[in-house]
Design a binder for this molecule. Structure first.
Ligand SMILES: [Zn+2]
Length: 810
């Protein structure tokens, strides 16, 4: 009897402990986590159900939507007391003198859509933190992003269920283990979101990083998957580490790694660390947080697109989703545990990181016109990087600094309109990394680009200065838009300068205006206008509200517009000359599908739809011949498409079409008769045979992995409109020669100004062609050898693409 009462009392106690709460993932989903894949809308429902079941400890917020209109979420998990004062905690954390000893841990899942165990693990980890691991929350606030890439993940899950909904096929060769193009890894525009943190070209990154920068957590984990045969990877990360990474950031990676190892050893799970995944390129989910003061880490589980719900690995083991989830849940919880245990130290060290801004350079100066500077200022704004502008009230000082254009330290004077970016600010480390003239490599064996110098990427003049320069208060720059178009003016001239003017051109064309361009350049009222200057001519636009339209679009795009009272110019051709041509409104197609790199297809697609805002047709190879008659311009992305062998296509070019071939796609025409492209073979400088262990290291001597080179430009060519100078981001070592005069080429004996260049390919880069065009019948082939749209971040390369479609051979 006594026993019976005791039992009753205990049951009552248990119920009391659990509160009203009977929520389990299985009850809600209809299966245990790891048994099935969960589509994104159900993941969203699940998190809101958690919020309903544990309202004291979890708060779920919708932060925005993806391109395909799926919800982006953040879940805040903490003690009931902390959840009530989240904003206060955030402000305390970002203040100079925080009173809290709370570790802020941010967990990011499934940035690569087909690395599908991440989001399932997020659901389980959240549940565990709210139940048996709730003790960790005493010293932590956990911010969880259950899925960074919902479009890609649902694409993968839909694919898998198409072939594997009713039975699990364990064989790797079966359909359910072999994703069809483009796969679930990238987002809607086929971008790799784990290369986009700093550039934020994609809406998912833009929304997320804005949230992230509002919190700047102490610890950030980016959950990934790698090949099915790999064991688990966790920190410490591999060399090279960027030199700005602090001892503490290295040390805590070890601390966390050791804690994980304890759990994995106990369970008999294999893992590795210190190899492959380095910390250099600033736009990853580990480096970007690291350069923002976090302990930024990548975790990798064996799995991804080949793994499905279960698969047999090379050694004959069966890898199940449930196992993959269990590993990610273990490291996620272990991360929170280690952070909770070290909360005090994390807070103290984070403050140290913020205070010690001891960099080689203290101020970076950017110089250019409004239209040239605007895209760079936009990027700084997105990254919460503050700047100052030199105005009339600024005391103009003389200084000296490293001149990006010449590569040497020179004296200079500040000028009106100069932008000053200081490293003495919250984001100072990131500033230092993004602007550094030279990336220091502790080891050249990295798997990504090694240079990204912002002034070069944006083709801006500038200086890196070791002292602090001051100007006025930070202000959001607005163009001086006092311009008013009115009756009486014959035309308006718009300098062709950047993507800002390109967007303006496209928009005003879409609004129905005929736009002209001056091919040779001219001067009017003492002002010189370079070749490529746009001309909006009243007499050619009689059927629209011409002056109103000019005013409206000038204001909207903040472009600098000059009024002309006459069509007769002082020097150069008058407005009625044959050197003044109409800008066409070309119909653009982009090839897509199996034979093309999804990344490059996405770069071009995104460029048209989201950057230039000009519609372009995405066309599968099989539909090409039906499409050609409706196209003026066709892009061939990188891949294995046989251009020369496609007679419909070559006929279309011969009859006047314009083919744009970029990056690795140029290989398809190399050496083909009549296409004007050859490869310059140069003898490989004798290399000693190397041992097996050094082979990987030896191969990099033949490579260029994203290095920056200055170019010579043929400024008379329309492809160079708007360029004063250009630096190319070289992504390969192969040297091509374009027949005739290339528009962009490397200088003789060119040396990279930044980035890694393999020892055996250094010499042969001298004079390498970078971009140009050849005639083919009545048509044109444009070669963009270093893909200028690479990851959408090499801003200065974009104008070359715009020039190619609007001006080359028109
Ligand atoms: Zn990944």
């Amino acid at each position: 009897m006594k026993k019976y009462y005791l039992f009753l009392a205990m049951s009552f106690l248990t119920l009391q402990l659990l509160g009203q709460n009977t929520f389990t993932p299985q009850q809600f989903l209809g299966y245990s986590i790891g048994e099935q894949f969960t589509r994104h809308h159900r993941v969203v429902d699940y998190f809101f159900a958690l919020e309903k079941a544990f309202p004291e400890n979890i708060k779920v917020v919708k932060t925005g939507q993806t391109y395909e209109k799926r919800d982006l979420l953040l879940a805040f998990i903490g003690t009931s007391e902390n959840l009530k004062r989240l904003e206060e905690i955030r402000q305390q954390h970002l203040s100079q003198d925080p009173k809290e000893n709370l570790a802020i841990v941010w967990l990011s899942y499934n940035v690569h859509g087909n690395e599908s165990s991440g989001t399932e693990a997020a659901m389980q980890t959240a549940y565990r933190l709210l139940t048996d691991k709730i003790g960790y929350l005493d010293n932590t606030v956990v911010i969880m992003d259950p899925c960074l890439n919902p479009d890609g993940r649902d694409r993968y899950v839909n694919f898998y269920y198409q072939y594997g909904a009713n039975s699990i096929d364990l064989q790797r060769f079966s359909a359910s283990h072999n994703e069809s193009w483009p796969g679930g890894r990238p987002n809607h525009y086929l971008f790799d979101l784990n290369r986009d943190w700093a550039w934020m070209t994609q809406i998912e990154s833009s929304i997320r990083v804005q949230q992230y920068n509002g919190w700047l957590p102490h610890v950030h984990v980016d959950f990934h998957e790698q090949g099915i045969n790999e064991p688990y990877y966790f920190p410490p990360a591999a060399e090279p580490y960027h030199e700005v990474i602090t001892d503490w950031q290295r040390e805590f990676q070890n601390e966390i790694g050791k804690n994980h190892a304890g759990y994995f050893d106990k369970a008999g799970w294999l893992y590795f660390s210190k190899e492959i995944f380095d910390l250099l390129y600033p736009s990853y989910g580990d480096t970007y947080p690291t350069y923002s003061g976090s302990i930024g880490m990548t975790y990798e589980q064996g799995g991804s697109g080949r793994a499905g719900l279960a698969v047999i690995t090379q050694v004959g083991d069966t890898l199940r989703l449930a196992d993959r989830v269990a590993h990610h849940v273990t490291t996620g919880l272990s991360t929170v545990e280690t952070s909770a245990r070290n909360a005090q130290k994390l807070v103290a060290e984070y403050q140290k990181f913020r205070k010690s801004k001891n960099y080689a350079y203290q101020t970076f100066v950017l110089r250019g016109t409004f239209a040239q500077l605007e895209p760079a200022l936009e990027l700084l704004k997105k990254n919460n990087i503050e700047w100052e502008k030199v105005t009339a009230s600024t005391q103009i000082v003389s200084s000296k600094g490293f001149h990006y254009k010449t590569g040497v330290v020179e004296p200079f004077k500040l000028q009106m309109g100069d932008i000053l970016v200081s490293t003495q600010q919250e984001k100072g480390t990131l500033v230092s990394v993004l602007f550094e003239p030279r990336t220091k490599l502790s080891d050249s064996l990295t798997y990504d680009i090694t240079a990204w110098t912002l002034p070069h990427a944006y083709a801006l003049d500038g200086y890196a200065v070791t002292t602090e320069l001051k100007a006025t208060q930070n202000l959001l720059e607005q163009a001086p838009s006092t311009f008013i178009a009115a009756e009486g003016f014959v035309a308006y001239a718009v300098r062709w300068e950047s993507m800002l003017t390109a967007r303006f051109l496209n928009a005003i064309q879409l609004a129905g205006m005929k736009v002209y361009f001056h091919e040779k350049g001219f001067s009017f009222k003492g002002i010189t206008y370079a070749p490529g200057t746009l001309l909006l001519i009243a007499g050619e636009n009689k059927n629209i509200d011409f002056h109103d339209l000019v005013n409206d679009y000038a204001r909207r795009y903040s472009v600098d517009i000059q009024a002309m009272s006459s069509g007769m110019v002082e020097s150069g051709a008058d407005l009625g000359s044959s050197s003044v041509k109409m800008v066409p409104n070309p119909r653009v197609g982009i090839l897509a599908g199996d034979n093309f790199s999804s990344l490059n297809v996405g770069e071009i697609w995104h460029f048209f739809e989201q950057q230039l805002n000009k519609p372009a047709h995405l066309i599968f190879e099989d539909d090409l011949s039906a499409a050609l008659a409706s196209l003026d311009v066709l892009f061939v992305p990188e891949g294995r498409f046989d251009i020369a062998g496609n007679t419909a296509l070559t006929r279309w070019v011969r009859e006047g079409g314009k083919l744009i071939v970029s990056g690795g796609a140029v290989d398809a025409l190399e050496g083909e008769q009549g296409f004007g492209l050859s490869r310059t073979e140069s003898p490989i400088i004798g290399s000693e045979p190397v041992g097996y262990a050094n082979q990987e290291r030896d191969q990099i001597s033949d490579n260029i992995i994203g290095a920056i080179y200055p170019c010579n430009i043929d400024k008379s060519n329309p492809m160079a409109f708007g360029y004063d100078f250009y630096y190319t981001l070289r992504q390969g070592a192969t040297v091509y020669e374009i027949e005739g005069k290339p528009v962009f080429e490397l200088q003789k004996n060119a040396q990279a100004v930044n980035g890694f260049v393999g020892a055996r390919v250094k010499e042969q880069q001298s004079g390498a062609d970078i971009a140009g065009s050849v005639q083919y019948g009545r048509g044109t082939i444009v070669y963009l050898i270093d893909n200028p749209l690479f990851r959408g971040f090499w801003e200065s390369g974009k104008l070359m693409v715009v020039n190619s479609i609007y001006f080359v051979n028109e």
